[in-house]
Design a protein around this ligand. Structure first.
Ligand code: ADP
Ligand code: MG
Length: 678
């Protein structure tokens, strides 16, 4: 029965079947696992405890004869007075005239409904026929689609429980059930739909949270294992002294974080297993330098490196700053989409001959015609643009280099990616000494005049400003119009010698690059832009960031934008122009003025937005959890991770018959199939 279509259920016709499909319910089994998304706990309360408009349950004595009035064809309204303690409450029932006989004078009744504190009136949702015990009043509430209703779903589930529950097999090995005191699968499913009490419900949920997280962790560990599989030639051979010598030659000392991360990377490089590591660190925390050390070690081992970045201008900047770091010790070459013809051909030839140590560029780097002599390491700046497809491209070329991803999006400590990702993680969580933190101010629109004066003042000092215009969702037309307006306005207000530039998403990518270059060369002092400048561009001379309608941006984005300034030696400023109406918005502006720590901000962001939004489901490849919550169930996640690591290490999926069902579930998982079995 489990595998049967829902249409086998007597109450399910063609239309219902279609609507169930919208909820991803096709088989009877799917119905069993369509858990309520919420439970209404109907506890008895005294009137004083109930807030206005709250749905609650009360008990009282029928004090007047019920009165029914009819209107329309099938509509009616029943009212009667219920004495609750000293208060006479007016109970109103819509279309429940049939209850009239139940409401006899002097009888004690229990009612659940919405409380109107001012009119002393309860709009009754449910009349309870029996004495109030906890069991009856945990009301499961299911997500529905179309014309499906909660009672319809309850009815189908009731049928499925009867017909199919006995067929459900346990998939967790007995040890786990025993050690964690988890209810069995059948029992837990039953409880999820028909909880006897809160206590039983809690344990049933606990079971499915663990089940879900364990499967998820096993997936991650499996991917991790495959990605890291020992590969011929992955091990780099180099002398640590040479790397240390190089570190000494740098114009600064590494921060303790940088040293730690450097050790982690070098140890990955010298192991037989492939590196698959994420390097997290706030903008300006010094990730690039650490990556450079990895590239240097790779070169010492006679292999090449590739550094991939999202935009051409960033690629150019990296070539510039890395050339400065390495001098003649490394042959660095730039390869982007706009390098064509003979020039490109020449680069490709030198690349395959092994004359280039490090190739820097956009994804043009892994096009079919680029062939390396011996590619040892790939470094990806701003991790999200490099995904499954690019890995496959590399693999198809027979390349299995060490891979290091760098990201400036701080992941909240409470969500440490180590516990849910398929990568190892390194974190740089401090800034180099002597950095001046950006001073952030939050002002309202009426201060615009003063803000303009400030822009002029910075320009007079020889510094530059970014002006970020609001992002208008749903309409990039308006978005651009806005930027154009601000640009025109500023153009009029700024003295003639201060040049203003405009940048937005409609510009072609070479136009954007030209504009960015002009700004980087200080040919333009004030750059008006939509958020397109967000990614990693480095203009150390820029000291002011003004963000219009800042309340429209999320914390992470504001922090990224602010990271564009404060890169030089002078004091930098960030001005948030905002008049947020919501508490949420006010809080965000306040937090921005209080901290420069990306990790702290990300914690706030997580609290405000929740984990689903935080990562962006599509982008992260994170599955949507049905029962578990990455934040709330953080501890369970850690436990599941530990267990998954052990299961993989002992190869229990293959060796222990208690794991047969888990293995089967994993093998049928679409995400795992995409990542591993392609
Ligand atoms: P990220 O890539 O994390 O944004 P970078 O590696 O580009 O940061 O470093 C930002 C700036 O800080 C660069 O100019 C770099 O030379 C400098 N820097 C890096 N590490 C240190 C350090 N330990 N001490 C002083 N300056 C540093
Ligand atoms: Mg960087």
């Amino acid at each position: 029965m489990l595998e049967q279509s829902v249409s086998e259920i007597p109450s399910v016709g063609e239309k219902t079947k279609e609507q169930l499909e919208l909820l991803n319910i096709r088989k009877v089994e799917d119905l069993l696992f369509h858990f309520p998304f919420r439970y209404d706990f109907l506890e008895l309360k005294s009137l004083q405890e109930i807030a206005h408009d709250e749905v609650a349950s009360i008990e009282g004595e029928v004090a007047t004869e019920p009165h029914v009035s009819y209107f329309g064809k099938k509509k009616n309204r029943l009212t009667c007075t219920i004495q609750v303690g000293l208060v006479a409450v007016k109970a109103v029932f819509f279309n429940q005239a049939f209850l009239k006989d139940q409401l006899t004078m002097g009888k004690t009744v229990t009612l659940t409904g919405k409380w109107d504190m001012h009119r002393l009136q309860l709009t009754v949702h449910k009349f309870h026929r029996e004495t109030f015990d906890e069991a009856e009043y945990i009301e499961p509430v299911y997500s529905t689609k179309g014309s499906l209703t909660n009672p319809m779903i309850k009815k189908m589930i009731a049928y499925s429980l009867k017909a199919a529950l006995p067929e459900v097999k346990e998939m967790l090995p007995p040890d786990y059930l025993h050690n964690y005191k988890l209810p069995g699968r059948q029992e837990a499913i039953h409880t999820m739909h028909r909880p006897e009490n809160k206590y039983a419900l809690k344990h049933a949920k606990r079971r499915f949270i663990y089940e879900e997280l364990l499967l998820f962790q096993l997936k991650m560990q499996w991917i991790r294992q495959v990605e890291k599989e020992k590969t011929e030639g992955s091990k780099k051979v180099f002398t640590n002294e040479l790397v240390s010598g190089f570190i000494k030659s740098l114009p600064f000392d590494l921060t303790p974080s940088q040293k730690r991360v450097n050790d982690e990377i070098l140890s990955d490089l010298s192991s037989e297993q492939r590196m698959n590591r994420l390097l997290q660190g706030d903008v300006g925390s010094g990730k690039t330098v650490v990556a450079a050390l990895g590239i240097y070690a790779t070169k010492l081992s006679g292999q090449q490196g590739a550094l991939m970045v999202p935009t051409e201008i960033l690629a150019e900047q990296h070539v510039e700053s890395l050339s400065e770091i390495f001098g003649v010790q490394l042959n660095i070459e730039l390869l982007t989409g706009s390098i064509k013809g003979k020039k490109r051909q020449a680069i490709l030839e030198r690349l395959v001959a092994g004359e280039i140590d490090l190739l820097v560029g956009t994804h043009a780097l892994i096009q079919p015609d680029t062939h390396f002599h011996q590619l040892g390491i790939v470094i990806v700046d701003e991790q999200h643009r490099f995904g499954v497809a690019q890995r496959k491209q590399l693999r198809d070329k027979g390349l299995t280099p060490d891979v290091l991803f760098m990201t400036a999006t701080p992941i909240p400590r409470t969500l440490s990616i180590t516990s849910f990702g398929d990568m190892d993680v390194s974190v740089i969580d401090e800034m180099p000494k002597g950095r001046l933190p950006v001073e952030t101010y939050w002002v309202k629109e009426n201060m615009l005049e003063r803000v303009h004066q400030f822009i002029v003042k910075e320009a007079e000092k020889g510094h530059q400003s970014y002006i970020i215009c609001p992002l208008i969702e749903e309409s990039d037309q308006l978005d651009i119009q806005n930027a154009v307006d601000v640009y025109n306005d500023l153009g009029e207000r700024m003295p003639g010698h201060i040049k203003v530039g405009l940048m937005h998403g409609r510009l072609k990518s070479d136009e954007k690059d030209d504009m960015m270059r002009a700004f980087a060369n200080n040919e333009i002092q004030v750059l008006v832009s939509t958020t397109v400048i967000e990614v990693g561009v480095n203009v150390p001379n820029a000291s002011l960031m003004v963000i219009y309608d800042a309340e429209r941006f999320g914390l992470a984005q504001l922090h990224q934008l602010r990271g564009r300034v404060g890169r030089g030696h002078t004091q930098s400023y960030c001005i948030l122009l905002a008049d947020p109406k919501s508490e949420n918005g006010k809080e965000r502006m306040q937090v921005m003025t209080e901290t420069n720590d990306g990790f702290e901000l990300s914690e706030h962001d997580l609290k405000i937005r929740g984990p689903g939004d935080f990562f962006g489901k599509k982008q992260s490849g994170l599955p949507e959890f049905k029962v578990a919550d990455l934040v709330e169930d953080y501890r369970a996640l850690e436990v599941a991770r530990k267990d998954a690591v052990e299961i993989m290490k002992k190869d229990l999926l293959n060796k222990d018959k208690n794991y047969v069902l888990i293995k089967e579930m994993l093998e049928n998982d679409p995400y795992l199939q995409e990542r591993i079995f392609d």
